[in-house]
Ligand binder design. Structure first.
Ligand code: NAD
Length: 295
């Protein structure tokens, strides 16, 4: 059992913290939003009055926050309150540069640290079936793995500091591009008079097969559990897909990588979310690609 401070009890953080308590860890939470703290408290999580108070007696500090700037500001604010040899695990999806800065802040005081962004969404967070992509030393990963196992089913050590974030944005760049490809194919098939089911039956067992098609199919029918069957309620929101595509573009610029399809995918999702679709599942981009986003 570990003493865990969990900072950021939002859509992802709260169910993750609950799974830690179910695994008998001693969890104290904190969130800037009163409503999140109240909701967590109602579900049995102890709440501290600040992040600094939450970490004072914790062996492990987990953050699940929106962006790099939030993670760095929390790391700065808790720095002088951390017990010796703490383990800091950041599960937020943030830019690689901020992730590396967070590791440096932890290392200044000889703490262990892991960047551990997730895939699996809120459903995976609730069921405890997230995939964690981890960056950090062998020692830090070995310390983090048993804690992460209470919240996920696959824990991958991707490499040194920042490698978890790198894996996450590369994976999601594939996902954003492949969702656009699948959507374009369905939109073209419709105009060619092809039924959704016929295209699905062929592509799902041929070389067009991919997760965007077989699990998150952007048209209703062929995959009954895909968000397309539920008015495109997420799932994985288009706004979050845009966030990850922009992180991938920022990283590509920094290391001078050529990602023309990643850049186009970011532009398309930017246009789509600017039109007010950021809260819908990212597969609903098919509406814009058909030329009728407001249907
Ligand atoms: P969310 O907005 O629901 O939760 C973030 C929480 O952090 C909020 O409750 C907010 O009040 C809190 N917060 C912000 N700054 C804080 C601070 N300084 N101190 C304490 N609390 C603070 O977001 P979410 O959907 O839970 O996502 C969290 C992270 O997980 C993001 O980086 C996101 O990209 C990533 N992620 C989300 C999903 C998803 O499906 N929602 C999937 C994979 C990864």
């Amino acid at each position: 059992m570990s003493k865990i401070a969990f900072i950021g009890l939002g859509n992802m953080g709260l169910p993750m913290a609950l799974n830690l308590t179910k695994a008998n860890h001693d969890v104290v939470g904190f969130d800037l939003a009163d409503a999140s703290c109240k909701e967590a408290e109602k579900l049995g999580i102890k709440i501290a009055s600040s992040a600094e108070v939450a970490v004072k007696t914790a062996d492990v500090i987990i953050t699940m926050l929106p962006k790099g700037e939030h993670v760095l500001s929390v790391y700065q604010s808790i720095k002088s309150s951390l017990p010796a040899n703490a383990l800091l695990i950041d599960c937020s999806t943030i830019d690689v540069a901020s992730a590396k800065k967070a590791h440096s802040l932890a290392a200044e005081d000889n703490h262990h640290s892991v960047d551990a962004p997730v895939s699996g969404g809120t459903g995976g967070a609730q069921k405890g079936t997230l995939t964690f992509m981890c960056g950090g030393t062998e020692k830090a990963f070995a310390l983090a793995e048993p804690v992460l196992k209470a919240m996920g089913k696959k824990i991958v050590h991707c490499g040194e500091n920042g490698a978890g974030q790198a894996a996450k944005i590369c994976n999601n760049m594939i996902l954003g591009i492949s969702m656009i490809a699948v959507s374009e194919a369905f939109a073209l098939g419709e105009k060619l008079g092809l039924s959704h089911q016929a295209l699905f039956d062929v592509a799902s067992t041929s070389s067009g097969q991919c997760w965007a098609l077989t699990t998150n199919c952007p048209v209703p029918g062929p995959v009954p559990t895909s968000p397309a069957n539920n008015d495109y309620n997420p799932g994985f929101a288009a706004g979050l897909m845009l966030k990850d595509l922009l992180l991938a573009q920022a990283a590509a610029k920094q290391v001078d990588a050529t990602t023309p399809l990643g850049a186009s995918a970011a532009e398309l999702y930017e246009r789509f979310t600017n039109d007010g679709n950021g809260e819908k599942d990212f597969s609903s981009i098919i509406k814009m690609l058909r030329g009728h986003a407001d249907e």
